[in-house]
Design a protein around this ligand. Structure first.
Ligand code: NAI
Ligand code: A1CAB
Length: 274
């Protein structure tokens, strides 16, 4: 795996995170290629290590075993069409991290019969603390599955889904998910301030509470519901707050919000396919 030549088309935030994670996990920088028209993106990438960074997407395809497509969904079709001839010749494993682009669309834009792993990471990948779900089309071999896992595991945990449609649920849950926790943090901070704490105090207490709760939920051998019950003393303060959340329909609201995100993910796939 250390000899694998890995390329990135599009060298923005997500690509930089994955490249940073790969180098931190021991992948030699000289085995990494990246292309991006932006001089600013390229200079950020070269600061991560001595990777081969340039502006020619086709040069990357012609060189690597695995290419990560890390451009915005809206430009994916143009970029894929531009590299299709080279991809047909070189037949690399193509990993797409773009939201809403189906493996069928990308395969068609690349000229067909391409091994494609479509995945949905999330922004905590920036801290190598991401959660990624992966889906492989039928052209992907078991060795290529391992290569995709190797690359995405550099930025956090990953798991496979067997149906591509499940990626819409993943997008709604973990792709967009960090924003839901940030929203709750914003609301808790505002409430702390309204109750008389300074903005600094409220922010500090909110953020450490979020971090502590997340670590407990991940590291404990009991589930979130049990951890919640353990904070909730009979007739105490937590019970009052949880009761108000439940009466306000928090669970139903969360379900409606995530279902809305899933439907939007399905719509995006149709819009981007046209
Ligand atoms: N931000 C998020 O929460 C998540 C983003 N993604 C996906 O990751 C992908 C990349 O997103 P970011 O890194 O946040 O975007 P970004 O804007 O930071 O990076 C995109 C890069 O593509 C480059 N680019 C533009 N045209 C190009 C071309 N013709 N050839 C090569 N490179 C080109 C841009 O110069 C830029 O550096 C997107 O498809 C997005 O859907 C996936 C999961 C989560
Ligand atoms: O909001 C979005 O559409 C993208 C997909 C997952 C996170 N950001």
């Amino acid at each position: 795996m250390l000899d694998l030549k890995i390329g990135f088309i599009g060298g923005g935030n997500m690509a930089a995170s994955i490249i940073g994670g790969l180098i931190a996990s021991g992948v030699p920088a000289e085995n990494i290629w990246a292309s991006d028209p932006s001089t600013e993106s390229l200079s950020k990438l070269t600061k991560l290590g001595a990777i081969h960074a340039g502006k020619d997407n086709n040069a990357v395809i012609n060189t690597v075993d695995v290419v990560v497509m890390a451009v915005k969904p809206q430009v994916m079709k143009t970029v894929a069409n531009d590299i299709a001839a080279a991809a047909q010749k070189a037949k690399p494993l193509v990993i797409s991290i773009a939201a809403g682009i189906t493996s069928d669309s990308l395969n068609n834009w690349l000229g067909g019969k391409i091994a494609i792993v479509r995945c949905m990471p999330n922004t905590p990948a920036l801290l190598q603390c991401g959660a990624t779900a992966l889906y492989a089309n039928t052209s992907v071999s078991s060795i290529q599955r391992q290569q995709a896992e190797h690359i995405l595991s550099a930025v956090g945990i990953n798991l496979w889904v067997e149906s591509e449609a499940q990626l819409d649920a993943v997008t709604a849950l973990s792709g967009s998910g960090p924003a839901y926790f940030f929203l709750l943090m914003e609301a808790m901070q505002a409430s702390g301030e309204a109750m008389g704490l300074s903005p600094e105090q409220s922010q500090k207490l909110t953020l450490q509470t979020a971090l502590g709760a997340a670590r407990m939920a991940v590291e404990s051998d009991v589930d979130a519901a049990e951890l919640r019950r353990r904070v909730t003393s009979p007739n105490g303060t937590t019970e009052r707050a949880i009761g108000i959340f439940e009466q306000g329909g928090l669970r139903e609201l969360v379900d409606r919000a995530l279902t809305g995100a899933k439907i939007r993910s399905e719509e995006l796939a149709q819009e981007l396919d046209s």
